[in-house]
Design a protein around this ligand. Structure first.
Ligand code: BGC
Length: 393
């Protein structure tokens, strides 16, 4: 054996030894992680019996979804996220969704949108009136003069047929009859909530119709990344990847303009705390009582989706990133929350103790031909995906 051969065999042995050590450390680490994962239990006051009921002759239940340390409770009443737990920077499981303790609490309101699947048309339609193929339709106004979130008995009040296909997926289906809330066509909606890995909640929306109609589905989760009931969200650090937003009138109906965010309190292209400019002397903020505006996405793309937002809870270090195929996101800072609802934690829903990032087509789209269209024709399938990705920093 010559020297160089001896040398290479020695080197190989060292490399193999190192690799096997590395393998052992990796395995140990995985074991540690698995143990840690299985040790992380969710502390919750939620009781399945408080959700078990029947509405309109249909069964309502609480469903649990789990993927590693990401866990979620949902009810098929309104297709709602009741709670969502993810580890904070110290590994403590933290419930980042505002929710209620029973089905009846959701039914009785007064806030009907907590965590709900919203449809047929998210946000406002001016005076509830719109045209499809030249014919006028009308949804009864339920928000001053305008129709909000699909009218008085929108999808948040429906019992969805639920099918839990595995530990981490819940498929919800609802058929909205022709003419329901004034919308044309029978609409078959299917929304799949899935914890696709231990960091990501994916919501996959699908719908078909038998007559040309309008559809703009979203989810109305109220987030507090420091944990439900932990105070205001004003110190959360927010970034929204939008160069423009759609300014509104006093009734929160878009004027049709796309306005640059630059130089305004709406510029979240760099990180700002939510509270930094929320009470600034600005007409748009006055109309909304804070932020309640649609931001125009598309300036930042990733994985074929628009990166909508990146937000961090100042106390928890929980980072949430929102990705969507939708062209807009409604950033709402809970300005109308008024301490009227008792939450899971026992706290009340005090003003600005949660925020929403509702991915969507723009509000009042049917009345703005320049906005991306929300029309759906028979034979076509409405399909859109939004992901909420969680980590810590
Ligand atoms: C709207 C708010 C509204 C809230 C009701 C949000 O999507 O933008 O204006 O008050 O829903 O929960």
């Amino acid at each position: 054996m010559n020297i160089s051969k001896k040398y290479s065999i020695g080197l190989l042995a060292v490399v193999m030894l190192l690799a096997s050590c590395n393998e052992t450390t990796k395995k140990e680490k995985m074991k540690e992680e698995n143990t840690a994962a299985s040790e992380k239990t969710v502390e919750t006051s939620l009781n399945e019996a408080d959700f078990d009921t029947e509405i309109d002759g249909k069964p309502v239940k609480l469903y649990w979804l789990k993927n590693g340390d990401l866990q979620m409770a949902m009810t098929n009443y309104g297709g709602r996220i009741v709670g969502l737990w993810t580890p904070d920077k110290n590994g403590k499981m933290t419930d980042v969704i505002i929710g209620r303790r029973s089905t009846m609490a959701y039914v009785d309101g007064p806030e009907s949108y907590f965590g709900a699947t919203i449809g047929r048309v998210g946000n406002r339609i001016a005076k509830g009136k719109f045209k499809v193929e030249g014919k006028e339709y009308s949804v009864k106004p339920n928000n001053n003069a305008n129709a909000l979130h699909g009218g008085e008995n929108g999808f948040q009040d429906k019992v969805w047929e639920a099918n839990q296909s595995n530990d981490y997926t819940l498929v919800l289906q609802y058929t909205s009859p022709d003419g329901e809330e004034g919308f044309p066509g029978e609409l078959d909606a299917k929304v799949t909530y899935s914890l696709i890995d231990e960091h990501t909640l994916k919501i996959d929306y699908e719908a078909t119709t038998d007559k040309t109609t309008v559809v703009n589905l979203t989810n109305h989760a109220y987030f507090n990344l420091n944990g439900e009931g932990s105070g205001t969200i004003l110190d959360h650090k927010m970034q929204i990847f939008a160069e423009e937003f759609t300014p509104v009138d006093e009734g929160l109906i878009p004027t049709g303009e796309l306005r640059k965010v630059e130089g305004t309190p709406f510029d979240f292209t760099g990180p700002h705390t939510i509270g930094e400019r929320i009470d600034a002397n600005n007409e748009q903020l006055k109309f909304g009582g804070g932020y309640d505006h649609n931001f125009v996405l598309g300036s930042q793309r990733s994985d074929g989706m628009n990166q909508a937002a990146k937000v961090v809870g100042d106390k928890s270090g929980i980072l949430m990133q929102v990705y969507t195929e939708e062209p807009g996101v409604q950033f709402y800072t809970g300005n109308f929350m008024a301490s009227k609802n008792a939450l899971k934690s026992g706290a009340k829903d005090d003003k600005r103790t949660a925020f929403c990032l509702e991915t969507q087509h723009f509000p009042d789209a049917p009345n703005h031909p320049d906005f991306p269209s929300i029309e759906l024709k028979p034979g076509d399938t409405y399909h859109t995906v939004t992901e909420y990705r969680f980590s810590t920093e």
